[in-house]
Design a protein around this ligand. Structure first.
Ligand SMILES: CC(=O)SCCNC(=O)CCNC(=O)[C@H](O)C(C)(C)COP(=O)(O)OP(=O)(O)OC[C@H]1O[C@@H](n2cnc3c(N)ncnc32)[C@H](O)[C@@H]1OP(=O)(O)O
Length: 447
């Protein structure tokens, strides 16, 4: 796949230039352009701007992800000398599409526009430039997690996975419904440096919707984030689950929320389980911590797995709900052929796309678990000049195709919501069934 290169576009908007460059991983003193980019991103999210070793760590992590930065600058300034007024980062990670299959995702992050320059089209200019680049480089799909739910649909993104915040009452005897096996061992969080990525890799391959983790996790779960307490740690506790044969299968990091809280609680940071037994054992451990009466987690799946773990499902309270992974299909055939299917079927989909990449009438034929996707001829004007006239079963926007693509969102639900138009009765339900996965669709990371 083609890789990004350094570029400059003068006058991307009146009075504004665009620079694109690859993160170097060099310290700030050697790479002031990247340092100023990082500062602008942090300011854009109202965060303190890191300096010194904390800034160098961010630059290093960005380089590990092989991030490409895009900055929009006041015309004529050099990116070494001034902060950009618009920021945008992209990098490539695998997106799991089910049954161990994956496609390469164009991941987007760090999108900000300076408060003095908002609503002049800077985001639109950066997004268009970068989606064009991703599409021509052959990325089948772009992905992001959004700060606000009303920004990205206009660019063709739809919500493909969700997550929720839960509080689990662990007071008294919180019994698990299923068997618990193996053992838990406390470790120094730093010892997750090697083990964490291995177990995450195993877990994420089983989860349609999971994306490769950013390098930031290597400092989050090891509690070595320099921006927090100079990397000396913030009290993260780490425990690893070993199966009965002594093989590590999962881990959890958590923090105690403090004795000043009315109900003593721990908050989960990262929970990774590569087997169902490991997930159960980790929850059994958390629910039986002495003195602790509540377990909080902001990254729980929506499938009621936690409720079903417990004899008493009412111990689980959902306190928040959020869209997590937003997808934007750029290449319809590559996406639809790049995932597994568990039944046969055929549907003709008319896809509309405000930016054009996915627009067309597509015939999706699934046989024996494999899809064939061809652009179908459409009736344009005189039928005699169009030998093959095709009537679509469904018309849908690319944002909605992107939502239903992994099977975590039902096309039938989107039809009922008035987002998908059915031309043949029952075809939205057929699409739902065709795209169904054998496992819950969930993205277990943020980026
Ligand atoms: C993947 C991520 O990084 S998510 C993080 C996004 N960043 C943030 O939330 C940080 C704070 N916000 C910002 O920095 C800016 O407001 C941004 C980046 C969200 C928008 O940047 P702008 O340059 O103002 O957007 P731009 O002028 O290009 O607007 C493009 C379109 O999006 C719309 N839009 C922009 N911001 C928002 C918003 N916050 N909510 C809803 N719509 C929005 C505009 O109305 C415009 O619509 P239209 O062209 O369809 O009429």
């Amino acid at each position: 796949m083609m890789r990004p290169t350094e570029e400059f576009t003068a006058g991307i908007l009146p009075g504004l230039d665009l620079y694109r460059f690859r993160s170097s991983g060099r310290p700030a003193v050697e790479d002031p352009r990247a340092a100023r980019m990082t500062a602008a991103v942090e300011r854009g999210f109202y965060e303190a701007v890191p300096t010194g070793a904390a800034l160098d760590q961010v630059l290093d992590l960005d380089a590990q992800d092989r991030r490409t930065y895009v900055g929009v600058y006041e015309a004529g300034v050099a990116p070494e000398d001034a902060e950009p007024v618009g920021t945008f980062a992209s990098f490539s990670k695998h997106l799991q599409t089910g049954a161990g299959r994956e496609v390469e995702g164009f991941l987007i992050s760090d999108v900000t526009v300076r408060s003095t320059h908002r609503r002049r089209g800077i985001l639109r200019a950066m997004m268009r430039a970068e989606l064009d680049r991703a599409a021509s480089a052959g990325f089948p799909v772009a992905a992001l997690s959004a700060s606000e739910a009303t920004i990205y649909r206009r660019f063709g993104f739809g919500v493909a996975t969700t997550r929720r915040t839960v509080e689990v009452d662990s007071g008294g005897e919180a019994a698990l419904a299923g068997p618990v096996s193996g053992s838990m061992r406390l470790i120094d969080p730093k010892d997750l440096r090697d083990l964490g990525p291995v177990l995450y890799d195993r877990a994420h391959r089983q989860s349609p919707g999971a994306v490769g983790r950013t390098a930031a996790y290597s400092v989050i779960e090891t509690d070595t984030w320099m921006s927090k307490n100079d990397g000396k740690g913030t009290g993260v506790i780490a425990a690893v689950h070993y199966d009965d044969g002594g093989t590590p299968r999962g881990y959890v990091t958590y923090t105690f929320t403090g004795w000043d809280q009315k109900i003593p609680a721990v908050k989960i940071g990262v929970l990774v389980a590569s087997t169902a037994a490991s997930y159960r054992a980790i929850w059994d451990y958390l629910l039986h911590l002495d003195l602790i009466r509540k377990v909080e987690w902001g990254f729980a799946s929506d499938d009621r797995l936690i409720e079903n773990l417990l004899v008493d499902p009412r111990r689980v309270k959902t306190t928040g709900h959020a869209d997590q992974l937003w997808l934007r299909i750029l290449d319809v055939p590559a996406c639809l052929t790049g995932r597994p299917y568990h039944r046969d079927g055929e549907l003709v989909l008319e896809v509309t796309d405000p930016l054009g990449y996915a627009a067309g009438v597509w015939r999706l034929t699934v046989e024996g678990g494999a899809a064939d996707v061809v652009r179908a001829a459409v009736r344009v004007g005189d039928a005699e000049t169009e030998p093959q006239t095709v009537t679509a079963d469904l018309t849908l926007e690319v944002a909605d195709l992107s939502s239903v693509y992994l099977g975590g969102v039902s096309a039938e639900v989107l039809r009922q919501a008035g987002r998908i138009t059915e031309h043949r009765a029952g075809s939205a339900a057929e699409l739902t069934a065709l795209l169904a996965q054998d496992r819950p669709v969930f993205c277990m990371t943020g980026f």
